[in-house]
Design a protein around this ligand. Structure first.
Ligand code: PGA
Length: 250
């Protein structure tokens, strides 16, 4: 199970240090079947390894060019140099606030993979699309530019995050999660080599309580966790629960 914390534009050096009190090796990837990490704001990426021994980190975004006169942008070369394992692309906040279209997100996705990091491709419908019964249609449209025009990256994670469940304190229901994860894997399987699969993780108000049930839902390969990743105690609790679940089901 992949358990990624997405700090968004939150946190500071003290919060990073705070993970050490609860870490107890949890975040050092030494657990069987669990791959935890933190997607940090750019300034903290280079610090994390010193402050939390063994932690794996990723970025929340990237600009898909190696260098150039692009003020404020951060390239994949830089992220790789800082030790990033994952780079999130197409988070709903980026799609909304920065007007990022799915073609642009796909470009970032291929770019990240070409630099030897794993893209975490975020997809998810908003409340209006869900109420109109268009949730699947919206999510498949978001996936299309990555799967239809090119060979999808071999190392890719898809994060299904219904926009209406992000930061709300209430996740999607187990049925909604199972249904959409199934829909995504049915679609992606059409473009993958036989026997291959893309991990699909769920995001949207995940906490230690609901994580216990969501991790058991068929097709759920882990979590993308926003608010709760700002609490070292709660985030490590989710990692711990995933670890217990994985070892009990092995
Ligand atoms: P949340 O955020 O856990 O606070 O709902 C998830 C995300 O946006 O990645």
């Amino acid at each position: 199970m992949i358990v990624l914390g997405n700090w968004k534009m939150n946190g500071n050096r003290d919060l990073l240090k705070g993970f050490n009190s609860y870490n107890k090796g949890l975040l050092s990837n030494s657990l069987e079947g669990v791959f935890p990490g933190l997607l940090l704001p750019y300034p903290y990426l280079g610090l994390a390894g010193d402050l939390i021994p063994g932690i794996k980190v990723g970025a929340q975004d990237v600009y898909p060019e190696d260098e150039g006169a692009i003020t404020g942008a951060v390239s994949g070369v830089m992220l790789k140099e800082l030790g990033c394992h994952w780079v999130c692309v197409g988070h709903s906040e980026r799609r909304k606030i920065f007007h990022e279209e799915s073609e642009w997100v796909a470009k970032k996705c291929f770019y990240v993979a070409s630099h030897g990091m794993t893209p975490v491709l975020c997809v998810g419908e908003d409340a209006v699309a869900r109420s109109q019964g268009r949730a699947r249609e919206v999510v498949l449209e978001q996936l299309k530019p990555v799967f239809q025009s090119n060979k999808p990256p071999e190392d890719l994670i898809i994060a299904y995050e219904p926009v209406w469940a992000i930061g709300q304190g209430r996740s999607a229901s187990m049925e909604e999660i199972e249904d959409m994860h199934q829909c995504i894997s049915d679609y992606t399987n059409n473009y993958l080599a036989k026997g291959a699969s893309v991990p699909i993780i769920y995001g949207g108000s995940v906490n230690p309580e609901n994580a216990k049930s969501i991790m058991k839902v068929s097709g759920v390969d882990g979590f993308l966790i926003g608010g709760v990743s700002l609490s070292p105690e709660l985030f490590c609790k989710v990692v711990d629960l995933c670890s217990s679940y994985c070892s009990s089901s092995m």
